[in-house]
Design a protein around this ligand. Structure first.
Ligand code: 5GP
Length: 118
């Protein structure tokens, strides 16, 4: 993501567009997905726009990736009994539409008819 084209998530971090924010720290923001695909659907997003995909983040800042997982767990404890699916779409063909790394935290009655059963 170039500096002249901030991602939609950078705009949420900067409060340039609104979001239903559920968690925030110095490094991470989490907010509800605007088009939820599950009863609980929260995006966990590092504030830095430096990484577009999870593999880059894992290679360069594994501690930040670990923080994302920890935040996901905290959100799930609060919203869906600590049980959740964590999804990183990586690349357009995989469904990635926002190229600012993020995790989808999905929860609430996912077992039936879900990805896990395909
Ligand atoms: P991706 O497809 O890149 O893995 O996920 C991007 C996600 O961001 C999608 O699920 C989409 O619904 C969500 N999204 C896109 N724009 C906005 C927005 O302005 N606000 C919120 N809260 N979510 C958004």
């Amino acid at each position: 993501m170039s500096e002249t084209t901030p991602s939609v998530f950078s705009k949420i971090v900067a409060r340039e567009i609104p979001a239903d924010i559920v968690r925030e720290s110095d490094d991470i923001i989490a907010f509800r997905d605007i088009q939820p695909q599950a009863p609980v659907h929260v995006l966990v997003v590092p504030k830095t726009a430096q990484y577009s995909q999870v593999s880059e983040l894992a290679a360069s800042d594994p501690a930040l990736l670990a923080q994302m997982v920890s935040v996901a767990q905290d959100i799930a404890e609060e919203m869906c009994d600590g049980q959740f699916r964590l999804v990183f779409n990586s690349g357009e063909a995989a469904g990635q539409t926002v190229f600012h790394v993020h995790a989808h935290v999905l929860g609430g009655n996912l077992a039936e008819g879900s990805l896990a059963q395909r």
